[in-house]
Design a protein around this ligand. Structure first.
Ligand SMILES: [Zn+2]
Length: 83
């Protein structure tokens, strides 16, 4: 069940030091293992609304990358910085 904040908290961050990955709930698939992240203590939500704001967030948090499945624009190898 998604709570009422689900729309705002679209992006989920896996803060595990070996992972540091951001997922997009609108795009999530079973390969994202969102449920496992939620069950763990390594979860944070991002309040970004637009991809542009997310892009800024990645600039400030260069250790993180987007999930290759649900957020390929920000995946490690092809991280795009929007203008
Ligand atoms: Zn994902």
């Amino acid at each position: 069940m998604l709570n009422k904040d689900a729309k705002i908290k679209r992006y989920i961050i896996n803060t595990h030091p070996k992972v540091l990955e951001v997922h997009d709930r609108r795009n999530q698939g079973s390969y994202c293992h969102i449920k496992d992240i939620i069950k763990s203590d390594n979860i944070k939500y991002l309040d970004c609304i637009s991809k542009k704001e997310l892009s800024k967030w990645f600039l400030k948090n260069p250790d993180y990358h987007g999930c290759i499945h649900c957020l390929p624009d920000f995946a490690e190898k092809n991280k795009k910085i929007l203008p």
